[in-house]
Design a protein around this ligand. Structure first.
Ligand SMILES: Nc1ncnc2c1ncn2[C@@H]1O[C@H](COP(=O)(O)OP(=O)(O)OP(=O)(O)O)[C@@H](O)[C@H]1O
Ligand SMILES: [Zn+2]
Ligand SMILES: [Zn+2]
Length: 802
């Protein structure tokens, strides 16, 4: 009976989304397993692919093509991850190959390169022209000039050259020379004695070799411990005293050692949370917990002690953090508790480092995994606990295919491993808090700070008044300046946040704070330059750009937003003695820059940390007693139904950086909308009231979590094509779904033209649409055959409507 391999080929199209059958050559029969990478002939090419199944039946009538080569000795995708890939493809409307590749480290993405090689048929002239190096050359039509390309194609037609395929697998393992010896100890002793007088170094090596273990020892260690040079070792190798062989090593991403810490004595609320989570871990109970804890309530300690429970039972733990490059403090806390068992996965690592960490996890050498979004796919075997810190963060959603949310993947894996999932935040997402309200998640509350330290006092500064009283173009209000000066005098530290989100995309009146909203959607209108219009990108409503404020008739209407650099200069001018650190995309571009800046601030080498949203989360600096928010409104003005939620979360999080130790904290929030509920409730840091208020708004507007949402986008270089495609999609959606579904659009996206492409979108809001999946799959099928260059994306539960 012939064996057949089911292969998902690396050709992301709708047609290749199902596995193809290939014959397994006899030579590969014992070796091949599902989850391995292979190369296979596909059309006129050779492509890489993943084996997803091996079957015995021969339904296929024709002659199957054979698998060409196997790239792995062991599967790179274990069976859990194979199932997860299928689920991901179904729920995110992405291709299976795209899902598989998203789950694996970059280095495992094999590339098949076409090569073209000379044959004896070539004339000397042709050989010199097309093969100046003598041998085969890469054959990539996008890299060759037209003349060479057409010349080579002619030679190919004439059969004078051959085309071959070369797999460029970059999964390189790093090695170092390792040393072993095969000689018995007695012989080494004799040899040592015989050379002792003549060559004392060689004798030292021979003496050292006597206590060498059976496993290879890195040459560098031998050199150091035996006190001999590399030449002596080479001499020993020539004489047959020792063998040198490559020894696999890991690229270690932790340069500096971290000081170990011990578990802290928990307070009652922390203890209750740890007990509940630990019980679920012990009982293999796939419960979901929401740890709702105010800023500085000690959530991290709850995570660490719950992880310890899982480890004690011989299981592993996964801890997700929003953007690891932004949270070095958190990573260090985990490392200092669990030491070498910790693996860290994030995009700041080199590809080699990522691959090494991935293998340490796969082999069970690392049992605590800390990482950002994609770490949710880490090949952990015996998961005992999954933690997602700052679960409300939108960076957990990937905004390219597959458009998955790490929270959903975490919950899937929790069910697979029968282990609890802990979602933690001071400001949970509405979706999560609503599920806790329904009893789907168990809510664990930490409602006060450690040692009952007070939350900081928050002052709202009405910038409309400030603008009236002062010349009006300054970013710093009088009360904030006074507060900063006080901190400088007392040698305390200040965190200042400049909110860059939604830069210039909406207009606001500087006199009254009025933001122009859509009459239909209660969402701010977006300013478009070309043509100059205010547009609602939910429902399509548009109107002229106002010349005066419709509310107070002031002419001080402008786009909101200032750069960090400009603000830094202005601040330095007003406070010449202050030491200011700026933290934004520009100052943190270099690897490790972020961590260095935070260390500097932690040592009190600076008085003021001025930064964008990236300074809002997770920082725990005891000497910070003042937080200033320069522009609270920019996020509020975004055309997104989550604008209030995001603003509340951001203000509460950044406020939470103040007064975390003995000295009490104070916060100044500068705003043009002092009466907005998101700002008012951030002042009292009252999440629960915000939750109730915002749920009411969502209910009124038929938004999530009352409705599910799907965003469909079509993009094309020709605006007409994109718009037309979207109208066709709209028709298909309307026909396929019940009239309970609310369909908005098509409208141009808020940023309608990106990279020379026009974007149009339709948003579907629904409660129960059994036919939805079928309708969307059909749309995907259709879009493949539609206009060339047209891209249609489907985003379930989009986080970003920009
Ligand atoms: N049981 C405890 N006893 C003493 N100190 C504690 C205890 N638990 C936590 N801490 C300390 O309290 C501080 C705040 O804790 P942590 O940073 O974990 O808070 P958090 O809830 O994660 O806050 P945020 O959401 O603002 O990041 C830390 O410095 C931590 O070391
Ligand atoms: Zn106005
Ligand atoms: Zn509208």
């Amino acid at each position: 009976m012939a064996q057949i391999a089911q292969v998902i080929v690396d050709v992301p199209t709708m047609q290749t989304n199902e596995p193809y059958s290939y014959a397994i050559p006899d030579a590969l029969r014992d070796q091949l397993q599902p989850g391995m990478r292979v190369t296979v002939p596909f059309g006129h090419r050779v492509v890489s692919g993943f084996v997803v199944g091996i079957t015995d039946d021969t339904q296929f009538a024709g002659q199957l093509k054979p698998i060409q080569a196997v790239l792995d000795l062991a599967p790179v995708l274990n069976s859990e991850l194979q199932q997860l890939a299928d689920w991901l493809a179904t729920t995110t409307y992405a291709f299976r190959i795209t899902c598989i590749q998203t789950m694996l480290p970059n280095l495992l993405k094999a590339q098949v390169e076409r090569e073209i090689a000379p044959t004896d048929e070539l004339t000397a002239q042709e050989r010199a022209t097309y093969f100046p190096d003598g041998g085969a050359r890469e054959f990539d039509s996008t890299k060759l000039d037209a003349a060479t390309l057409s010349g080579l194609l002619k030679l190919r037609q004439a059969g004078k050259v051959t085309v071959t395929y070369q797999v460029k697998d970059r999964a390189a393992v790093k090695t170092t020379p390792g040393i072993t010896t095969t000689l018995p100890t007695s012989q080494l002793q004799e040899l040592a004695a015989s050379v002792a007088k003549r060559a004392p170094k060689q004798a030292a090596l021979l003496t050292y070799l006597q206590r060498l273990p059976a496993q290879p020892v890195p040459q560098a260690k031998v050199i150091k411990d035996a006190g001999v040079s590399a030449e002596v070792i080479r001499a020993g190798e020539t004489k047959g005293w020792l063998k040198r062989q490559p020894l696999e090593v890991y690229r270690d991403p932790f340069q500096q050692p971290v000081a170990p810490t011990q578990p802290l004595t928990l307070n009652d609320q922390q203890q209750a949370a740890v007990t509940a989570i630990s019980t679920a871990v012990t009982q293999h109970d796939a419960q979901t917990f929401l740890v709702e804890g105010v800023t500085g309530s000690g959530k991290t300690e709850v995570y660490l002690q719950s992880i310890a429970t899982a480890l004690k039972q011989g299981r592993s733990a996964l801890m997700l953090v929003p953007e690891i490059a932004l949270t070095p403090q958190m990573t260090n806390r985990v490392k200092s508790r669990f030491g070498h068992q910790v693996a860290v996965l994030h995009s700041g690592l080199s590809k080699g480092e990522q691959y090494d960490e991935w293998r340490r996890i796969d082999r069970g050498e690392a049992t605590v995994v800390v990482g950002a979004r994609s770490a949710v796919f880490a090949p952990i075997h015996h998961l005992g606990l999954i933690i997602m810190d700052e679960e409300h963060e939108s960076s957990y959603k990937q905004d390219e295919n597959p458009r998955y949310h790490a929270r959903d993947v975490a919950l899937w894996r929790g069910r697979y491993h029968d282990c609890p999932v802990v979602l933690g935040s001071a400001t949970p997402s509405l979706e999560t808090r609503a599920r806790a309200a329904k009893g789907l998640y168990t809510r664990l509350l930490l409602d006060h700070r450690i040692n009952h330290r007070p939350l900081p006092t928050v002052h709202i500064v009405d910038m409309r008044e400030e603008v009236k009283q002062h010349s009006g173009d300054d970013d710093f209000s009088a009360p904030l300046m006074t507060a900063i000066q006080e901190r400088l005098d007392r040698h305390e530290q200040v965190v200042l946040m400049l909110n860059r989100r939604g830069f210039s995309s909406f207009m606001m009146c500087r006199d009254c704070g009025f933001v122009l909203k859509c009459p239909n959607c209660d969402i701010s209108l977006t300013y478009h330059v070309n043509p100059r219009l205010m547009k609602c990108h939910y429902c399509g409503h548009e109107e002229a750009v106002p010349q005066v404020c419709p509310n107070c008739h002031s002419r001080k209407i402008r786009y909101y937003g200032t750069g960090t650099q400009k603000v830094e200069e202005a601040l330095q001018k007003r406070l010449p003695a202050a030491r200011i650190l700026r933290m934004d995309v520009d100052s943190t571009r270099r690897k490790g820059a972020h961590e260095r800046l935070l260390k500097q601030f932690g040592r009190h080498d600076a008085d003021i940390l001025l930064g964008t949203q990236m300074i809002a989360k997770g920082l725990d600096f005891p000497n910070v007693t003042l937080v200033g928010v320069l522009n609270a409104d920019t996020a509020l003005g975004l055309p997104d139904f989550r604008a209030s939620e995001r603003t509340f979360q951001l203000l509460t999080q950044v406020s939470g950086r103040a007064g975390r130790a003995e000295k009490p904290g104070e916060v100044y929030i500068q705003t043009f909308n002092p009466d907005h509920y998101a700002i008012q409730l951030a002042q009292t840091q009252d999440y629960e009231r915000f939750f109730v208020t915002e749920m009411h708004m969502r209910h009124q507007g038929n938004y999530p979590p009352y409705y599910y949402a799907i965003q469909l986008t079509a993009s094309h270089e020709d605006e007409q094509v994109a718009a037309k495609a979207m109208y066709q999609i709209l028709a298909a959606v309307k026909q396929g779904l019940s009239d309970q579904a609310i369909v908005l659009g098509p409208t141009p996206k808020a940023i309608a033209r990106v990279k020379r492409k026009y974007y149009y979108q339709v948003v579907i809001k629904y409660k129960h649409e059994p036919r939805l999946k079928a309708v969307l799959d059909q749309i995907r099928q259709g879009s493949q055959r539609a206009a060339r260059g047209l891209a249609v994306t489907i985003d379930a539960e989009p986080m970003n409507f920009m």
